[in-house]
Design a protein. Structure first.
Length: 141
């Protein structure tokens, strides 16, 4: 199993416990129409964090590209709103509307047609905006 986690580490042992059941979990969630969100703790592994988009794209084994993107955006916003006082964002999330916290991406291509575009953000994300501030803009260059 290629985890990017150190051999013998607690994190790798936990991943090896969880990963064999992932396929069954997603298949059951899809079958019973369970609303799912996308989240990961790969931020604690530099190797896996760099593959976060590829991990999300791999969900198309069970979901359409549109369902996958909805899972990682608006459904995640819904989930955070449910956390009440623990929600660190006072405004709306997961929507494009005035007053909402805006994290927007301009992708060079159509991820609804080719979800793998999100696997390489350095190459395919032309604009990255977080909280209304632009962090990457290759269109202005």
């Amino acid at each position: 199993m290629r985890t990017g986690l150190p051999e013998g580490s607690v994190q790798r042992a936990k991943a090896e416990e969880v990963w064999p059941g992932i396929a069954r979990s997603y298949a059951l969630a899809k079958k019973y129409k369970i609303k799912t969100a996308f989240g990961t703790d790969v931020l604690f592994s530099r190797a896996l964090a760099a593959r976060q988009g590829a991990i999300l794209a791999s969900l198309t084994r069970w979901y359409t590209p549109a369902e996958t993107l909805i899972m990682a955006t608006s459904t995640n916003g819904e989930l955070l709103r449910l956390s009440g006082l623990r929600n660190p964002y006072p405004g709306m999330l997961g929507v494009v509307q005035e007053g909402a916290y805006a994290d927007l991406l301009l992708v060079d291509g159509n991820p609804l047609v080719d979800i793998n575009l999100i696997a390489d953000p350095a190459k395919n994300f032309r604009i990255i905006m977080k909280d209304g501030k632009i962090y990457k803009d290759t269109l202005s260059q």
